[in-house]
Ligand binder design. Structure first.
Ligand code: ADP
Ligand code: MG
Length: 357
């Protein structure tokens, strides 16, 4: 396997409607050969529809999809050389593990001995050596998902599509499987398109994230760039927490509450909305660090959340923002009380202006 067998995917102007609903609205997307790209968006945003268009189960109303140089929109699913993993495993209950995994090879008319050896290889890849004779119903959720994964990769597809494959698993197992899937991708190198509505999962696993909403591509970038520099309010709110407050712009200088904002030396965007994320704000009980923007406010609520406090602060202009503070021993004593007047600080390098829409 390896990167030689991966293919780039080019999506151009893909639209799919259901009645009056635009499940996909003129989507353009270039997926690089061998990358792990995640489609991230809320329920109903069009993620599954796009994956089904790639798999060939859904024909778009218009637009084109190419794998490498080959246009595939009219190609039936079984000719596309694409592996698929679904949320609900979709294993055959009456077949044992080996028969499930070998099924795609059997469909392709591969000889029995060859099937046996390739199934063994695939079991090894998903760390289920020796499980071939087990019945599917004897497996745990995590093991079933590994079998589904082995079945998706056993015929060495150049493209792997996964639709919320971990969402049925509990949190601990899900987090472990995220890392395992990521390692597996590094090992196999096939172009992978992964669907999730879970922003943390997307940040953990992806080379790049395509954020979609209402069938529109909202932003396409690396996880850090998406988090640090969201392109619009939707992305700023969907990924992480943030409060967006309007700034005044005069002759290219952005001010908040009449005070010019200190920005990083690099361009932090020229949007009209100041992004305040709870974990980026700090309490400035004293000092006057010139690299910090300062905001005066009053504490309205203090919520203890175990590893951190969430402190709600009403700024002098009336807007409410949340501040997250790690609950170490010392800050436990110094956690503010409701009604306290405080000063919040935001480092200039963390001061980001977001575009409107
Ligand atoms: P997601 O996977 O992001 O939750 P989907 O791609 O399943 O979203 O759906 C996108 C939109 O298209 C939704 O509004 C959904 O109701 C609609 N939709 C999807 N499939 C069908 C269908 N077969 N018939 C009618 N509407 C559909
Ligand atoms: Mg879906």
């Amino acid at each position: 396997m390896g990167q030689d067998n991966a293919l780039p995917i080019t999506i151009r102007g893909v639209t799919k409607t259901y009645g009056k609903v635009f499940a996909l609205d003129a989507v353009d997307l270039d997926i690089h050969s061998g990358e792990f790209l995640t489609l991230l968006g809320p329920s109903g945003s069009g993620k599954t529809t796009l994956l089904m268009v790639l798999a060939g189960f859904t024909r778009p109303d218009s637009g084109s999809v190419s794998f490498g140089d080959q246009e595939v929109v009219r190609m039936p699913p079984h000719k596309r050389d694409v592996g698929m993993v679904f949320q609900n495993y979709a294993l055959f209950p009456h077949m044992n593990v080996a028969a499930n995994i070998g099924f795609p090879l059997k469909l392709r008319g591969i000889a029995k001995d060859e099937i046996r050896s390739q199934v063994e290889d695939a079991l090894g890849v998903v760390q289920l050596e020796g499980y071939g004779d087990r019945g599917v119903e004897q497996l745990s959720g995590g093991q079933m998902q590994r079998v589904a994964l082995a079945r998706a990769i056993v015929f060495k597809p150049r493209i792997l599509l996964m639709d919320e494959p971990l969402s049925a698993l509990d949190k601990k197992l899900r987090e472990r499987m995220q890392i395992e899937l990521r390692h597996l991708h590094e090992q196999l190198g096939m172009t992978t398109v992964y669907v999730t509505h879970d922003q943390r999962e997307a940040l953990t696993m992806s080379d790049r994230i395509a954020v979609i909403n209402h069938g529109h591509l909202m932003q396409l970038d690396k996880p850090r760039a998406i988090y640090d520099h969201p392109a619009n309010p939707f992305v700023a709110n969907f990924i992480g927490e943030s409060t967006l407050l309007p700034v005044e712009q005069h002759n290219g200088v952005a001010s908040f509450d009449g005070v010019p904002l200190k920005l990083s030396q690099q361009d932090q965007g020229i949007g009209p909305l100041l992004m305040l994320r709870p974990e980026r704000l700090v309490f400035m009980f004293e000092g006057d660090d010139p690299d910090f923007n300062r905001f005066n406010g009053t504490v309205t609520e203090v919520v203890y959340q175990g590893e951190s406090f969430l402190v709600y602060v009403r700024l002098s202009g009336g807007e409410e923002v949340a501040v997250r503070s790690i609950s170490q021993h010392r800050s436990l004593e110094s956690a503010p009380d409701i009604g306290d007047s405080i000063v919040l600080g935001l480092h200039r390098d963390e001061t980001v202006l977001v575009s409107e829409a």
